[in-house]
Design a protein around this ligand. Structure first.
Ligand code: HEM
Ligand SMILES: [Cu+2]
Length: 543
C-alpha cells in the first residue's frame, strides 16, 4: 500500500495531468479542424496561440505531472512511505510547478507568448512566460530531490542490498532529467530572460537553439522511461510473470542516460553554424540508442513468452494467445509497445542526414511524435492510471471500467493511426507543420494535401472522443468507484537471472561517463558558436 499522505501527493499531480490532457486535447482537435478548413477560429483566438498551448499542455504539463505522480507512488510503494522531508519537498515542488503552469497558460491565453512550445529565438515572448517556464523546472528540482532523497535513505538503511528496481529506474530517469535541464536553464536564465526584459538587445540564436535541443532530445526519454518502468516492472506482474533480468533492465536505463543526451544536433541537421563533422558525430551517437531499445524489446518479449508458456501456450506462437488480452492493465501498455515499432522506425528516418532533408519541418515530424509520445507513452500512462488511481484512492476498478478502458484504448489507437498516418503521408508530399492555411491558393502541390488533412480531422475526432471517455473513467475511479483495494502490481526478478553486478548502482561512474560524452560532443561546437557567432538578433513578434 501507498501511505495516504503520499497518495495525496501523487493524486495532486494526476489531477493537473488530467486537466492538461483534456484542455490540450480540445486544442488539438481544433487545430486539426482548422487545418482541414472545417472550421475557422473566432477572431479572439489565433491558430499559433492554441498550437503553443497544445504543445505545452500535452508535451510538458501532462507528461511531467503524470510522471511525478507515478514516481512518487512507485517509490512510496517499494521503499516505504516518504520521509517528512521528502514529502515536504514534493509538495513545495508541486506548488512551484503548478504556479509555473498557470502563469504559462495565462501568458499564452493573453496572446503574450505565441512562440510555440520550442520558444525558438528570435520569436520573443513576454518575460513572464520564460519566468514561468523556469518555475516549472525549478519545481521539478524539488520533486527530484524528494525522490532521490527517499532512495538514498533506503540505501543507507539497507546497506549492500540491491535497491527496488522501480525506485532505481525513477532515479535514473531523474538523473537524465537533471543533466538535460542544465541546457534549457542556461538558455532561459542567461539568454531569454535578460533579452525579453530588454537588458540586452540581441540573442545568439544558434546557441539558444543548441541549448534547447541539448535538453529537447533527452526530454523525449524523460517521457519514455517512465513508460518503460511500467513495461519492465508492472506488466510482468500483471501477466503473472517475472522480470526477465534485473541487471539487463538497469543497464538499459543507464545506457539511455548515456546515449540520449549528447545527440541534440540531430534536430539541427538543417541549421547553419554547426559543422558537418559535429553533426555526424551526434548522429552516430543517436543510433547507439538502438542498443538499449532492442535490449528492452528482447527482455519484454522474453517475459511474455515465458509467461504465456507457463499458462499452457504451446508451439512457436501459442503462448501469444494465452496473454491476458481482456485486462486493460496489460492491453493498453501492450498496444503502446506495438505502436513503438513503427514509431521507432520513423525516428531512424528522422535522424538520418539525407532522409531528414525530405521530412524536415513537414508534418511527418508531427506524425512521428504523436506515435511516440502521443500514442506509445500516452497509452501506457492510460494503462497505469486504470489501476493506480483506484489504488491511491482506496477504490477498485470494476470490470465495467476495465472493459470501457479497453474501448478507450482501442479508439485512441485507431484515431492516432489515422491522424498520424495522414500526417506521415502528407508530410512526404511536402505538407508543412505548424501552418494554419496550407492550400496556397489552390496550388497543384498543395491540392494533394487536402484529403490527408481531412484524415487528420477524422483521426483527431476519434482521439477527442477517446479522451472524453478517459476523463469520465478517471473521475469515476477517483470519486465514485466502489471502495476497496486495487493491486499495485510490482513484479519480482526471475530466480534464474544472475546476481546484479554492484557497478550498476555506482552512480558516480555513470554520471561521470555521461559528462565525458557530453563534453566530447558539445564543447568545441559551443565554443565555436560563442566565438564565431554571427550578429545576434533582436526580438520578433509575428502575432
Ligand atoms: C486529442 C488528441 C490530439 C490531437 C487531436 C492532436 C492534434 C495535433 C495537431 C493537428 C497538431 C499539428 C498542428 C500543426 O503543426 O499545425 C499537433 C501538434 C502537436 N501535438 Fe498533438 N494532438 C493530440 C494529442 C497529443 C498528445 C497526447 C501529445 C503529447 C503528449 C501531443 C503533442 C503535440 C505537440 C508537441 C505538437 C507540436 C506543437 C508545435 O508544433 O509547436 N498531442 N497536435
Ligand atoms: Cu531527438
Amino acid at each position: 500500500m501507498v501511505h495516504q499522505l503520499d497518495s495525496r501527493l501523487s493524486m495532486a499531480h494526476f489531477y493537473v495531468a488530467f486537466a492538461a490532457i483534456f484542455v490540450g486535447g480540445l486544442f488539438g482537435l481544433l487545430q486539426a479542424l482548422v487545418r482541414s478548413e472545417m472550421i475557422t477560429l473566432p477572431p479572439s483566438m489565433n491558430y499559433y496561440q492554441i498550437l503553443t498551448a497544445h504543445g505545452i499542455l500535452m508535451a510538458i504539463v501532462f507528461t511531467t505531472f503524470f510522471i511525478f505522480g507515478f514516481m512518487y507512488a512507485s517509490v512510496a510503494r517499494t521503499t516505504g512511505s516518504l520521509s517528512n522531508m521528502a514529502r515536504k519537498s514534493g509538495w513545495i515542488g508541486f506548488i512551484i510547478m503548478t504556479v509555473g503552469v498557470i502563469l504559462t497558460v495565462v501568458m499564452i491565453l493573453a496572446n503574450e507568448a505565441t512562440v510555440l512550445y520550442t520558444f525558438y529565438a528570435p520569436l520573443q515572448a513576454n518575460p513572464l512566460f520564460y519566468i514561468a517556464l523556469a518555475l516549472i523546472i525549478i519545481g521539478t528540482y524539488f520533486a527530484s530531490f524528494a525522490i532521490i532523497k527517499q532512495y538514498a535513505d533506503w540505501r543507507k538503511a539497507n546497506p549492500g542490498q540491491r535497491s527496488p528496481l522501480i525506485a532505481f529506474m525513477a532515479v535514473a530517469t531523474l538523473v537524465l532529467w537533471l543533466i538535460a535541464t542544465i541546457g534549457v536553464v542556461i538558455a532561459v536564465v542567461f539568454q531569454f530572460i535578460p533579452w525579453s526584459l530588454g537588458w540586452v538587445d540581441e540573442i545568439n540564436v544558434v546557441l539558444s537553439r543548441t541549448l534547447f535541443w541539448y535538453f529537447g532530445h533527452p526530454l523525449v526519454y524523460f517521457w519514455l522511461l517512465p513508460a518503460y518502468m511500467a513495461w519492465y516492472v508492472i506488466v510482468p506482474k500483471v501477466i503473472k510473470g517475472k522480470i526477465f533480468s534485473d541487471s539487463l533492465a538497469r543497464l538499459a536505463f543507464l545506457l539511455f542516460i548515456l546515449f540520449s543526451i549528447p545527440v541534440g544536433f540531430h534536430h539541427q541537421l538543417l541549421e547553419s553554424g554547426i559543422s558537418h563533422g559535429w553533426k555526424f558525430l551526434q548522429v552516430v551517437l543517436t543510433f547507439a540508442v538502438i542498443v538499449p531499445s532492442l535490449m528492452t524489446a528482447f527482455a519484454l518479449f522474453a517475459t511474455f513468452e515465458i509467461s504465456g508458456r507457463a499458462r499452457g501456450g504451446r508451439g512457436l506462437f501459442g503462448w501469444f494467445k494465452k496473454l491476458p488480452w481482456r485486462d486493460v492493465r496489460f492491453f493498453a501498455p501492450f498496444a503502446g509497445m506495438v505502436i513503438f515499432i513503427p514509431a521507432g522506425a520513423g525516428g531512424i528516418i528522422n535522424a538520418s542526414n539525407q532522409m531528414n532533408q525530405v521530412i524536415h519541418n513537414t508534418i511527418w515530424v508531427t506524425g512521428h511524435f504523436h506515435l511516440t509520445v502521443g500514442a506509445t507513452v500516452a497509452i501506457t500512462f492510460f494503462g497505469i492510471s486504470y489501476w493506480l488511481i483506484p489504488h491511491l484512492k482506496g477504490r477498485v476498478m470494476t470490470e465495467r471500467v476495465n472493459d470501457l478502458g479497453i474501448y478507450q484504448t482501442v479508439i485512441w489507437v485507431f484515431g492516432m493511426l489515422i491522424m498520424s498516418g495522414a500526417m506521415h503521408f502528407s508530410g512526404l508530399l511536402g505538407n508543412p507543420r505548424r501552418t494554419q492555411v496550407t492550400s496556397y491558393n489552390g496550388h497543384e502541390v498543395a491540392s494533394q494535401w487536402g484529403a490527408y488533412e481531412v484524415g487528420m480531422a477524422v483521426g483527431g475526432s476519434f482521439l477527442f472522443i477517446s479522451l472524453i471517455l478517459y476523463i469520465i473513467l478517471m473521475i469515476n475511479l477517483s470519486f465514485f468507484a466502489p471502495k476497496g483495494n486495487e493491486e499495485f502490481p510490482i513484479a519480482e526478478a526471475s530466480e534464474n537471472a544472475q546476481e546484479t553486478p554492484k557497478i550498476l548502482e555506482n552512480w558516480k561512474v555513470w554520471i561521470g561517463i555521461a559528462f565525458a560524452l557530453i563534453l566530447f560532443a558539445y564543447t568545441i561546437p559551443i565554443m565555436d558558436m560563442i566565438q564565431h557567432s554571427p550578429p545576434g538578433s533582436k526580438g520578433f513578434k509575428f502575432w
